[in-house]
Design a protein around this ligand. Sequence first.
Ligand code: GLU
Length: 471
Amino acid sequence: MSQSVRVRFAPSPTGHLHVGGARTALFNWLYARHHGGMFILRIEDTDRSRSTDENIGDIVAALRWLGLDWDEGPPSPGYRQTERFDLYREHARRLVAAGRAYYCACTPEQLEAERAEAQAKNETFRYSGRCRALGLTAGALRLRIPEEGTTVVDDLIHGPVTFDHRQLDDWILLRSDGTPTYNFCVVVDDVTMRISHVIRGNDHLSNTPKQVLCYEALGYPVPAFAHVSMILGPDRARLSKRHGATSVQAYREQGILPEAMVNYLARLGWSSGDQEIFSRAELVERFDIKDVSSSGAIFDQTKLEWLNHEYIKTVDGRRLATLVTPFLTPAGLTPPAEATRFVGMLDTLRERGKTLRELVEVGRFYFERPSEYDARSASKLFTPAGVERLGALIERLAAVEPFTPASLEALYRELAEAMGLKLVDLAQLTRLAVTGRTASPPLFDVLGLLGREETLARLRAARDAAAKAAR
Ligand code: GLU
């Protein structure tokens, strides 16, 4: 089987990549990689009014960000449906020649009248088949559907699903202007791209019997199908903009790591024991489409952020620096020139932010001097005694060698004792002076990372502010 697995992700570029689409792409990618098969990207852009190059660019960027690389697809030519019209026409001609499709000259008015009649009788509208035997040579091209019997879609996730032919009608392959319909393009593409497994959202399950009958009419083997359940919001309705962020891009901008997003999406509907955290290699090794659940999965932002935090806590420091950097400029901050210092800062912040954006906010003090001091703490600490203590700290910190967390800690202990204070008294005062607040990562690490000059500048500014307040 491993030789023949060819799967595809076939987005319609009518918007950003939705998390549901991203999960479908991921499941296809995992299936291909697990079986050593091929993953193909195909752009379904026949809806010209809603498909844009910008959306294609966004989708491609989101797939790249997630690390879902494709073996065939854009920018190579031939992977956009609008480039494949000759192929659709050629297959339409074959169906006509074989007597499996026929032209229909019914006018929109006639069809509308039939539809209204069915509605009045509370029946689903089915084309009457009026033009079936007329031997017309122009009009819309319809597929001849067997009048009796059933088509069974043996879905890898849902098991066999039976469709009664009496519920299907002779659907249109080519419109009267010669343009192919969506379902026809999908069939022709999947056969010509030799797709072995069609893994897609279960909103397409109702299209599948129509497509299966078209494969059979063309004389092609039918691929295996797996219809993945929809992603739901907390209210169990299908996840939509109404629930908040839905595009991969939006999560990227929130500061979700691509590896956390991949891990989270993989676990939405798929599981392997109780394990929550999977490396990409583990996912590839363990993923099987048969283990995907047939019921809808609820998108849980809290869990995504929990998972993201787990990745933030453990990701390599240099990589974390690379990931955080794009968030600095929009926050009005400049990355430090020294890479090791930046990595050191982030090491003190990992525990404190669940997203890259939060890391930047909790670490803002590294980049900016406090513009104000927390008022409650200032009223307690910026007293005449506080001014004196800040003066002593400035004097000693100007001279301490080396300016490292270990020697700073020793100095603080010694000074506290000499002044008859507890370490925490000096520490809280320093925290407030240096960060504007009394909660921060470990103080001596912070001072070491800020460096002597910056620490002294901040202590002096605080002493001035305290002197003013104490007057
Ligand atoms: N273009 C369809 C969509 O974006 C996918 C069709 C398919 O996978 O067969 O929903």
